[in-house]
Each structure stands twice: as structure tokens, then as C-alpha cells.
Design a protein around this ligand. Structure first.
Ligand code: PAF
Length: 288
């Protein structure tokens, strides 16, 4: 408790970029800035991003902002968990140096110039086809946050696999000086990928949701068994049906452009999944 108290005193919280900027400039004299953008409702997966920033020798800076522009469903935005007090305690204990907690008007002041990032087909595939406008919203908020924080490194979890590809495109287009770091997905013991949305599942829902990772693993094993990807996915989908999970997409794709693949490639591929359980939208993926 003493340590936590001490760390809380160390953690600086900023609501406005005009006070964030001089504080960041001061921190920059100590080392590179490692930025972890989040929407709060933090869990161990986020803390792993903070740890990755520390491991890379960076000063971890976290933003907490539930970005209205990336929600295509107003109900999803309304129900998105908001746990700021707990989040700050977790970040203090994790050794985060500063938190940016802006209001929408701070991120999107009227007249803010946000250049368009050409995402191409990445915008329409998988997540993009089920969440129209989602990646446009993600690119807009990250354009603003990167412009305000000016980090040296930025850390993203691979659970949002397509988002990582979108951020790579954004960074290439506008932020050559930011080094993008992808961090592997953290999982519960059951294999369920950690996600803020898991809080909306019942205890039994959380158990059933482990079927997603089991299905991904079984589909990946299909490769060794000589099954075509689509057959492997159909077989593996039984796990999902048994658990009462409703699939939106479950497919093999190339990891760079997320183009759907109908044959196992020579090199790397990724299995992508999205679906609903208890009305909660869950996504996961597995490289194979
Ligand atoms: O992954 C998220 O939590 C959000 O999409 C992000 C990157 C913080 C942008 O709002």
C-alpha cells in the first residue's frame, strides 16, 4: 500500500495538451517517450504494453480516451466500461509516468486539421466490413494523439491485429519518427484473450468464451493435418457452436494487408475471428 501511495504521487495526470506538452518536454530530457494509447477499462494486457515500454527503455505515457469516432454502434459506446479511478491506480503501480485524460473537445477542437490516411482495402476487410467507419475513427484519434504526445515509440496489442496494420499505415504516412511496437496478446489461463469487453460477460460466459482460442488453435492445427483452410475452419467452428458463440467472421488472411486466403501460404498467415457471446462482441486472432 505504501508503494502504491508513493507511485500515485509520482503519476502525473493531464486533462489539457497545453499542460501535457511542457511536462512531456521535461520528461524527454530523461529518455524516450513510450506511448500507450488506450480507452481505459485497463487490464493486464494494457499493463503488458506499459511493461513493454519500460523494457524498451522508454518513459511510459498512457492516454485514456473513449474515442466516439471509432464506435459505429452508439449502444456499444454507451456500454463501453469506464473505470478511471481503478485505471489510474493500476497505471501508478505499473510505473507509468504520465496519463493524458482529455475530453473530446481537447482531442477534436473545432477546426482541427486531420489529414486523411489512405487505408485502401484494409479499411473494408474483416473488422472494417462489420464496423463501417471504425478504422477511419481510429486513424483520426491516433493522428491527433500522436501529434499531441509526439512519442518516440508507440505500443499496441496484437489482439487488435487489423488495428496494428492500420497504425502501421498511419505511421508510414505521417509519423516517420515514431517506432511502432506490436506486443503479443495476453490471455487468461483459459486462453481467452484479455479485453475490456470481457467485463461485460457473465462468469459462465467467460468460461464459454475460451472456445474462441480453442477454435483458433484447432484451425491452425488443420494445416499439419493436411486440411484446406476452409475445411479446418468449419471443423474448428464446432467449438464455437457448442459454446453458443455467434460468428461474424472466422478466416485465414495474410498478416500484412489482411487479404483473405483460401490456401495455406508458404510464409506467415493469421487466423482472424470476430463474434458475439451474450451480446458482447469479441475478437481474437492467431498467427499460423
Ligand atoms: O485499441 C484501442 O483501445 C483503441 O482503438 C485506441 C488505439 C486507443 C484508439 O482509440
Amino acid at each position: 500500500a505504501l508503494l502504491r501511495h508513493f507511485s500515485l504521487a509520482q503519476l502525473k495526470i493531464f486533462y489539457y495538451s497545453r499542460s501535457l506538452e511542457p511536462a512531456l518536454n521535461q520528461l524527454r530530457t530523461e529518455g524516450p517517450i513510450g506511448f500507450v494509447p488506450t480507452m481505459g477499462a485497463l487490464h493486464e494486457g494494457h499493463l503488458a504494453l506499459v511493461q513493454a515500454a519500460k523494457d524498451a527503455g522508454c518513459l511510459p505515457i498512457v492516454s485514456i480516451f473513449v474515442n466516439p469516432r471509432q464506435f459505429n454502434n452508439p449502444e456499444d459506446l454507451r456500454l463501453y466500461p469506464r473505470t478511471a479511478a481503478e485505471d489510474l491506480a493500476l497505471l501508478a503501480a505499473a510505473g507509468c509516468r504520465a496519463v493524458f485524460l482529455p475530453e473530446p473537445a481537447e482531442v477534436y477542437p473545432s477546426g482541427a486539421n486531420i489529414p486523411e490516411t489512405h487505408l485502401g482495402e484494409l479499411e473494408n476487410r474483416f473488422e472494417g466490413s462489420f464496423r463501417p467507419g471504425h478504422f477511419r475513427g481510429v486513424s483520426e484519434v491516433l493522428y491527433r494523439l500522436f501529434s499531441l504526445v509526439k512519442p518516440d515509440f508507440a505500443f499496441f496489442g496484437e489482439k487488435d491485429f487489423q488495428q496494428c496494420a492500420v497504425v502501421e499505415t498511419l505511421v508510414k504516412a505521417h509519423f516517420n519518427n515514431i517506432s511502432l511496437q506490436r506486443v503479443p496478446t495476453l490471455r487468461e489461463e483459459s486462453g481467452l484473450a484479455m479485453s475490456s469487453r470481457n467485463r461485460r460477460l457473465s462468469a459462465s460466459g467467460r468460461e464459454k468464451a475460451a472456445a474462441i482460442f480453442q477454435a483458433l488453435q484447432q484451425a491452425a492445427n488443420g494445416r499439419q493435418q493436411g486440411l484446406a483452410p476452409n475445411d479446418a475452419i468449419v471443423e474448428a467452428s464446432r467449438w464455437l457452436e457448442l459454446a453458443g458463440i455467434e460468428t461474424e467472421y472466422f478466416a485465414l488472411a495474410d498478416p500484412l494487408h489482411l487479404e483473405k486466403l483460401n490456401a495455406w501460404p508458404q510464409g506467415n498467415a493469421v487466423l482472424l475471428f470476430a463474434g458475439y457471446l451474450e451480446g458482447v462482441r469479441l475478437i481474437d486472432n492467431l498467427r499460423c
